[in-house]
Design a protein around this ligand. Structure first.
Ligand code: 89Y
Length: 347
């Protein structure tokens, strides 16, 4: 029997119960403490999910509990200070995305953990969604050849602010909140970016500070695949299959020998000269998952499993802080491009 890893969570907001329930799907790991600035919220989650210790001071928790790792599930403002506290105490840390609200802060975080010789990961779950893994596998078989163009679309009528009101206040909204996920998937599927161009819009979303519509064109990988990314949370009248598509990403990939379409309801359609194969890659369903977040919640389990294996030294963790810097570099290059109206060259 392997000794369970004892971890603490920082934060008791919207994502905390899902993150904890996802950890509970895995063996060999137990939550032993929760920190939250507002103690009453930490008490509530501790009661609901049976966490033995509650703190409203994160450093005291680290000193007294000495967890094997911390899952930092705070809002973005807590990512840097609380992750750095873990680095100071040499406690491995998993930080929610976006790692930080600037590339400089993110670099400083990764550097602190490197100097402390302490593992640091970003919880980036989108790439763990079942259709994304299936799409990657199909690309790797070479059936459609090297893609020359792809489109990744996350446009829906979902009221994302209802459960996450803090997103209303972000000066930089959709690229940091959702762009982090989709650009990470783009890197997973097509390789690193050579250049990007981005346009941001703020439209049809009253009382939201940041951009809520973003469109990017990237050149990716050695073959320079043209990747178009469309992101939107707006009150656009949309037909039901699109309006209700959240949180599914739709994709269309074209190669010299075929194409792949990721459609609604997790359906992958692979077309070559031999015809079209249709396969469904629905996520596992968990009783604790919120049906409105469906595949996003299911993918937390697979992401956690990968990071747990990494913490145990059994497998490489895909979304290390250092790797995630490459995703964040695209996010902030996109703001730069939109502000200057220019293509940003990244090589
Ligand atoms: O905050 C975001 C996330 O991480 O997944 C989807 C989301 O809830 C809204 O864009």
């Amino acid at each position: 029997m392997i000794k369970p890893l004892r971890f603490a969570i920082f934060g008791a907001g919207f994502w905390a119960p899902y993150q904890l329930s996802a950890w509970r799907e895995l063996r060999g790991v137990e939550c032993v403490a929760v920190y939250n600035r507002t103690r009453a919220r930490a008490d509530a989650i501790a009661r609901a999910l049976g966490i033995p210790a509650v703190y409203d001071d994160a450093e005291t928790l680290l000193r007294e509990v000495r967890p094997d790792f911390v899952d930092n599930i705070t809002e973005v403002g807590g990512h840097k200070p609380l992750s750095l506290l873990c680095a100071k105490h040499r406690v491995p840390c998993i930080c929610q995305k976006p790692m930080a609200s600037s590339l400089g802060d993110a670099r400083a975080m990764v550097e602190s953990f490197r100097r402390a010789k302490t593992p640091f990961f970003v919880h980036e779950n989108w790439r763990w969604q079942s259709p994304m893994r299936a799409l990657k596998q199909v690309l790797e078989t070479g059936q459609i050849g090297t893609p020359f163009r792809a489109r990744l679309v996350m446009v829906s009528g979902f009221d994302v602010w209802a459960n996450q009101p803090a997103l209303r206040e972000l000066e930089q909204f959709i690229l940091t909140d959702l762009g982090t996920h989709i650009l990470d998937v783009a890197r997973l599927l097509f390789g690193e970016a050579n250049s990007l161009y981005c346009r941001n819009q703020k439209t049809l979303a009253p009382a939201v500070k940041g951009e809520n519509v973003s469109t990017l064109l990237l050149s990716m990988g050695p073959a320079g695949t043209s990747v178009v990314v469309e992101l939107g949370y707006a009150k656009t009248p949309l037909e039901p299959s699109v309006r209700e598509s959240f949180p599914q990403t739709r994709a269309f990939v074209e190669g010299p020998r075929g194409s792949i379409e990721l459609c609604a309801d997790y359906v992958l359609r692979i077309t070559t000269a031999r015809g079209t194969q249709v396969r469904r890659h629905a996520p596992r369903r968990y009783p604790w998952a919120n049906p409105a977040y469906d595949i996003a919640h299911a993918s937390i389990v697979d992401c956690n499993a990968n990071l747990l294996a990494a913490l145990r030294g059994q497998a490489p963790g895909e979304t290390t802080g250092a790797d995630n810097l490459k995703t964040l570099r695209l996010v902030f290059a996109a703001y730069d491009s939109a502000r200057r109206g220019r293509v940003i060259h990244l090589l």
